[in-house]
Structures are given as C-alpha cells and as structure tokens.
Write a protein that binds this ligand. Structure first.
Ligand SMILES: C=C(N)C(=O)O
Length: 126
C-alpha cells in the first residue's frame, strides 16, 4: 500500500490520504471543488464545482501514475439531486467512452458546504 500526495490537489481536511495505491489500483478519496492554491471553494455554481472536483481528481490520479482515462468506478455525492443534469454535463467532458461504472447519491450534507464530492477507483498505468 502506498500513499499518494500532490500539491496540485487540495490537502485532505481529515484523517485520510488523497489517494492510496494497492493491488494495481489507485483509490482516490472523495474530492471536492476546492482550489488547491487558495484552499477555498471555487464557486457556488455546480458546474464549476464539478469541473474543479474532477480537476482535483485528475491531479491525484496523475501523481499516482494514472489518469481519468483509467478510471473504472466513480461515486458522485450531491447535496441536491436537481443538479443531476448540470453535473452530468460537465462530468461527460472529463470521462471517455466506455464510461466508468458510477453511482450517484444525494446526501444530506457534505463537508465545508460543497455541493458535490466525487471519489474514484482507477487502474495504475505505469
Ligand atoms: C472529505 C472527505 N473525503 C472525507 O471526509 O472523507
């Protein structure tokens, strides 16, 4: 088991790694729409939140020798399922066909008042 850390993604806000590699897979902890430089949530717009979240995931994947093209499973947590279409529109710009398996669930709340959090599992490429 190997911990992945990069300054190109926000530091973890609790007792968890940004990512862990085990058995040829990288497990990326739930990422949110936080700018890694400022540490601030980027926007209240759910599309912009989704984009920043996926950029943060891409950064952790890259640090672990992987990429969004090698993602096999994602879980999308949202605080308002009425944002489903808006999230999908941006999400589809970051994943390629055949799309990763995915679950999407509405949750009562997310840390630091964000509207979306996404975790992924990907194959390590190198
Ligand atoms: C933000 C998280 N990923 C957490 O608390 O687990």
């Amino acid at each position: 088991m190997k911990e992945i850390h990069t300054d190109a993604a926000p530091d973890s806000i609790g007792p968890f790694s940004q990512g862990i590699i085990d058995s040829g897979r990288i497990f990326v902890s739930g990422q949110g729409p936080v700018d890694p430089d400022s540490g601030e949530v980027v926007s209240e717009d759910i599309g912009e939140q989704t984009a920043r979240t996926l950029e943060n995931i891409a950064a952790v994947l890259e640090a672990g020798g992987s990429s969004l093209d090698s993602v096999v499973k994602t879980t999308v947590f949202v605080t308002d399922m009425s944002n489903y279409d808006a999230i999908n529109e941006v999400y589809a710009e970051y994943v390629t066909d055949p799309y990763p398996a995915r679950s999407a669930v509405e949750v009562a709340d997310l840390p630091i008042d964000i509207g979306v959090e996404i975790e992924v599992i990907a194959a390590v490429e190198d």
